[in-house]
Every structure is written in C-alpha cells, then in structure tokens.
Design a protein around this ligand. Structure first.
Ligand code: TYM
Length: 330
C-alpha cells in the first residue's frame, strides 16, 4: 500500500513563491509515488477577518492554482476542507485533548496575534484543527514549509496523548516532509522575515500570478547588502534568499551559482533570478487563465465534489473510531 500524504494551503490570497517552492512544488514531485490528498484550508482562513466575496474568489482561485502548478486531479484527491465536515468535528474532540499551555507556545500564534486588535479563539485553536486535518487520514508525511514544523510537532503530541489516553493506536504519528533549501523563502524587502501572502508591502512577495515585469521589478528592488559579492552566507540574508530561490529553480548548487555569477554583480544576478522565476511562472499562469474561463466552472466543481467524497470515506471511518474510543454511542 502506498504511503499517505496530506497537505493544504489557506486561501487567503494569491499563492506566493514561498507557497510554491516550500510546499506545492513538492506536492507535484511526489504525486506519483504516494496516495495524496491536498485540500484548500478554507476553515483555517477565517481565523482572521475575511471578506466573503473575496474569500469565495480566493478558494476557487486556490484550486485553479493547484491544478495550474501541475497537481493532477486524476492522481490526487483535491478538495475543500469545509466540504468534509469531519475536520471540524474531530477538531472539537481534539480540543478536549489539548492543553492551553501547549497552544500558547505556538510561535505563529504569537506572531499573528501581535498584529490583531481582537484575537479570535480560532486563531489560538488553529493548530488543533490542523492536527485534525492530518490525523483524520492517517497521513504518513505532511509536505510543508519550515513555518509549519511546530504545528506538525503538536499534531504528533496530540495524537500520542489521545492514543495513550484511550489505550488504542487510533492515530498514526505524522512526519513533516520539509525540503531544506526551500523550507523558508524570505521576504524580498526584509530578508530575515518569511515571504508571506499577507505582507502589507506587496513588493516583498512574489505572487504566482505576477507578470514578468512585476517579478523583475520586485527582485531588482530586493534588499541585499553593499558587498556586491555573490556568496551563500547567513550574514548576507538577501543574497542567500535569492540564491535559495535560484538554486531551487535551476537545481544548481550554491557553489555552482557562486562560480557562475562571480563576476556579475547584484544587478545582473537579480536579472538572472527574475528570469528564472518568470520562466517557472509563465506556464503556470497560462494554464491558470485557461482554467479561469467560466466554461471550466463545472469541471472545477466536479473535481472538488469527487475529492470531498473520496476524502470523506476515510474521514468518516476515522471519526467513528474516535467517537467509539471516547465513549460515544456510534
Ligand atoms: P499556509 O497557507 O500559510 O502556507 C501553505 C504552505 O506554504 C508553506 N509556506 C512557505 N514555505 C516556504 N517559504 C515561505 N515563505 C512559505 N510561506 C508558506 C507553508 O509552510 C505551508 O506548507 N496551516 C497551514 C495550512 C494547513 C495545513 C493543514 C498544512 C491547514 N491544515 C494540514 C498541512 C496539513 C498554513 O497556514 O499554510
């Protein structure tokens, strides 16, 4: 039997180069070798304020971006989280197996809550829902970027505690699947901070639908240093980030890039990186705009419907096991 893979992305805007290199691209690479489920984490996205009209657009757009990036709907189960009600239900059960103290330690909560005036309970509770997403499907591996590592660890802790409380191996312990050099693509404007969909400074983030001119402008303006030497070093976070991006796309090692670019200076190097990024984004955008024609609405809906039905078969079974274990009458 193939190993189980599960992952998701929040539909809180157009996906970023960070989402692509940190997660989506890995999903595509492994889709032939595993039994994969990929969902749009719409329930997660309302942990911060959303405009319903925008959210609906973003959810549909996320599905189109998944497919445009190369996820094959014939090979993978693609669905929307809210279409499989077991996610929310298991989330509740797991809430009753999770401590306030462990959730208080989540760095993403600490960061995000700093930016909010009224912090929602859902934002605090978010890792529990994420644990439910993963544990429902007995996922072996969860391909994510580095920022999700802590959430994977708490999912394992919750699973382990639940199994031991009820003295039964109900949940499999999932492992994070993180690719070293693309685990954390950084902001172009503040290269010590993660590139993010929600960065207020749009120049800091490359979006999958940015055209060539925009990509070039953003990368040209990327913050670097004054040395003008292309060298992979923690002391040069801006250049390190651009080298990470270029290396991930070109599959060249840092040494090869240093050698190739040693006489170029930052201006020329940035042009090379921008060109490589756009060469990846061009075909994705072409496919995306094809899919976005209203003729494809039914096709997209049918993918999500079929995906939710497939996912639900597994989720339903697992939730029943859980209900039984806790003492509900099933
Ligand atoms: P989200 O929507 O913030 O990000 C989606 C995926 O992209 C990765 N990522 C990055 N990787 C490298 N560099 C970056 N700058 C970067 N920004 C984002 C994230 O690590 C993630 O893999 N909680 C999740 C969604 C989720 C989920 C799940 C994931 C909900 N349930 C169950 C896996 C399994 C999130 O907010 O991802």
């Amino acid at each position: 039997m193939k190993k189980q893979i599960l992952s998701g992305i929040q539909p809180s805007g157009i996906l970023t180069l960070g989402n692509y290199l940190g997660a989506l691209r890995n999903w595509i690479k492994i889709q032939n070798d595993y039994d994969c489920k990929f969902f749009v984490a719409d329930l997660h996205s309302i942990t911060v304020d959303q405009n319903p009209i925008e959210l609906r657009k973003n959810i549909k757009s996320a599905i189109m971006q998944y497919i445009a990036c190369g996820l094959d709907p014939e090979k993978n189960t693609i669905f929307m989280q809210s279409h499989v009600h077991e996610h929310a239900e298991l989330g509740w059960i797991l809430n009753c197996s999770t401590y306030m103290g462990e959730l208080s330690r989540m760095t993403q909560f600490k960061d995000k809550s700093k930016k909010q005036a009224n912090i929602k309970v859902g934002l605090f509770d978010y890792p529990v829902l994420m644990a439910a997403d993963i544990l429902l499907y007995d996922a072996d591996y969860v391909p994510v970027g580095e920022d999700q590592r802590q959430h994977l660890e708490i999912a394992r802790d919750i699973a382990q505690r639940f199994n031991s409380t009820y003295n039964k191996e109900i949940f499999k312990l999932p492992e994070a699947f993180i690719t070293e050099n693309t685990a954390r693509i950084m902001s172009l404007q503040e290269p010590t901070k993660k590139m993010s969909k929600s960065d207020e400074n749009k120049e800091a983030t490359i979006f999958l639908l940015d055209d060539r001119e925009t990509v070039l402008r953003k990368i040209k303006k990327a913050v670097t240093d004054s040395e003008n030497i292309i060298k992979y070093s923690d002391e040069k976070p801006g250049i390190k980030n651009l080298m990470n991006i270029y290396s991930a796309i070109s599959e060249k090692t840092y040494k090869q890039i240093e050698e190739e670019c040693k006489d170029l200076g930052y201006g020329k190097f940035k042009q090379i990186v921008a060109c490589a990024v756009s060469d990846v984004l061009d075909p994705i955008q072409k496919k995306y705009y094809e899919l976005s024609s209203s003729e494809n609405d039914e096709y997209l809906k049918s993918i999500c419907k079929k995906g939710a039905e497939t996912a639900q078969k597994t989720a339903e079974k697992k939730l029943k096991e859980v209900y039984d274990a806790v003492g509900f009458i099933v």
